[in-house]
Design a protein around this ligand. Structure first.
Ligand code: ACO
Length: 330
């Protein structure tokens, strides 16, 4: 079997639900203000799904766009990977709903859980499957309806999250030194409680009691996450620079998890990246979990900020704790 020289992203897509919730809208439901949210997070608005809309409903649109962009027929996809923490159901995998709805008739399909690092974890699996000869074309989607696990009575978390989906088609290529050049994946489960959804799993199955105690919503220790995030984002960028033998000047764009502009600014400026080399769309979408990097990557390409031959670093961190990066030559 001939092993390919590289795994290339040949198409991307994204989708957000129509409903928009602005910072001002939050001021009507919790004690907050546009000023506080803007200054502390950089967020202005986010898109939220309607009741009854599921994660696969967003992902299917992003996937169709990515397949179109790549010029790949669904039947030619070998593997569908869906990164999400808000699967349509615990059983079956959201990737299986997608496989059927998209018509990926000969593909395997599975979900991957790495919270906000999910898209990069999924790209790493796609690259590994391609370089090992297991698959030629992999459809990766990262999609979340975080509004379904957000406590809208908690002002400390509810303003942070939005819903959305991103997708990328990764394909085998004979061209060397291109595509996904390098990936770094890390985890530290000792910090698992920092971002936690306490009930609904096997540890604490759903009951009237867990619902009464609002345990089906995310609990986040924001201040602790903040410090961890800045440190890990710096380490990841540094690792990508060293592993790929690149200088800051040779990197066109850093595409970070859209978590908080203060976190992103602190980490990227310390690593020597000027603001024009850091892609931000947090003001439009808030934090969309695993979908965030996927959507930002798609928009950076669509806006012409990343073009053929350019190198971009995708960096993310999230619940788990997990953190991950991918260096990509387009
Ligand atoms: N509006 C107004 N005031 C608020 C709000 C709000 N929405 N939320 C909190 N406050 C108050 C707090 O109660 C606190 O008041 P106090 O001083 O009287 O106690 C004050 O604002 C400051 O709170 P801090 O938590 O110290 O604010 P901070 O500057 O750290 O910003 C934030 C909070 C935005 C959450 C920040 O810590 C952060 O971005 N952390 C990391 C992000 C994060 O955890 N994201 C989720 C990751 S999980 C995932 O991505 C799926």
């Amino acid at each position: 079997m001939n092993r390919p020289a590289s795994a290339k992203i040949i198409g991307t897509g994204m989708y957000v639900p129509e409903r928009v919730m602005s910072n001002e809208d939050f001021a009507h439901i919790v004690e907050t203000s546009d000023e506080w949210i803007t200054q502390r997070t950089g967020m202005k608005e986010r898109h939220l799904a309607e009741l009854g809309q599921a994660t696969s409903d967003l992902a299917v649109e992003a996937c169709r766009q990515a397949l179109d962009d790549a010029g790949v027929a669904p039947a030619d996809v070998d593997l569908v990977i869906c990164a999400t923490i808000t699967a349509d159901n615990v059983l079956p995998a959201t990737a299986c709903w997608l496989q059927d709805r998209l018509g990926c008739t000969k593909a395997g399909a599975f979900d991957l859980t790495a919270a906000c690092s999910g898209h990069i974890y999924a790209l790493a699996q796609a690259r590994a499957a391609i370089l090992s000869g297991q698959a030629r074309t992999v459809l990766v989607t990262s999609a979340e309806i975080l509004s379904s696990i957000t406590d809208y009575a908690d002002r400390g978390t509810c303003v942070l999250f939005g819903d959305g989906a991103g997708a990328a088609v990764v394909q085998a290529s004979d061209e060397p030194d291109t595509g996904i050049l390098y990936t770094a994946l890390y985890a530290d489960g000792s910090g698992g409680a920092m971002m936690l959804l306490p009930a609904g799993g096997s540890r604490r199955p759903p009951s009237h009691d867990t619902v009464d105690q609002r345990l089906h919503y995310m609990q986040i220790r924001g201040r602790e996450v903040f410090k961890f995030a800045v440190l890990k984002m710096e380490e990841l960028i540094d690792e990508c620079l060293h592993a790929c033998h690149l200088t800051v000047d040779q990197v066109t764009m850093v595409v970070p998890h859209q978590v908080n502009t203060r976190i992103i600014d602190a980490a990227t400026s310390r690593m020597g990246f000027p603001p024009e080399k850091v892609f931000l769309n947090i003001h439009k979408y808030g934090n969309t979990g695993g979908a965030s990097v996927a959507m930002a990557h798609h928009e950076a390409i669509r806006e012409g900020k990343i073009g053929p031959g350019d190198t971009a670093f995708l960096v993310a961190f999230g619940g788990g704790l997990t953190w991950a990066a991918a260096a990509i030559r387009h």
